[in-house]
Design a protein around this ligand. Structure first.
Ligand code: SF4
Length: 169
């Protein structure tokens, strides 16, 4: 089972291009200035099976979409359930571009099985002191937009190329 709060069909701020976004429920942190405080309680949202959520997301993905993003809350607070959701999606649509937003750092989560299934991780908690509204796809300067397959292959952080990403918007 997985807890989610909402699904959005047409976001342009949660990754490159027009994206379907799943907002998962629950986050262990309490960052000052959190953008989604109602999504923090772990008992909130709606509980569904992983297959139900995956099917809901697949149904929303159309030709105009550049991909799918998981935000929250913190999607990596439910890593096994997220693994099942993304596995289901990848089995049917292996090409779908998948971003995950998390308050955990890459170093903290790099060994989770789900990391082998995602394209980009926007990592680290929101830090109000480093907030910068000119940043693209992230809220504070401490956060990194990470190319996950390249980082896992090289064993160190490879930042995602935003030039390429913005060109696709
Ligand atoms: S990690 Fe994200 S969702 Fe969690 S408290 Fe911080 S800003 Fe809010």
């Amino acid at each position: 089972m997985i807890r989610y709060a909402d699904v959005m069909s047409d976001s342009i701020v949660d990754g490159s291009g027009i994206r379907v976004v799943a907002f998962l429920q629950g986050c262990p942190r309490r960052c000052e200035g959190c953008h989604n405080p109602s999504l923090l309680p772990v008992e909130g949202g709606t509980e569904v099976t992983e297959k139900e959520l995956a099917k809901m997301l697949l149904k929303k993905l159309t030709a105009k979409h550049a991909g799918l993003s998981f935000s929250g809350g913190d999607p990596l607070m439910q890593p096994e359930a997220l693994y099942k959701v993304i596995s289901f999606i990848r089995n049917r649509r292996p090409e779908v571009n998948i971003w995950v937003y998390s308050g955990y750092t890459f170093e903290e989560v790099k060994d989770l099985p789900v990391m082998g299934l995602i394209d980009v991780l926007v990592d680290g908690p929101f830090n109000l002191e480093e907030k910068d509204i000119s940043l693209i796809f992230k809220g504070s300067r401490n956060q990194r937009i990470i190319d996950v397959p390249s980082s896992l292959a090289k064993g160190n952080i490879v930042e995602f190329s935003l030039d390429k990403s913005v060109a696709n918007i």
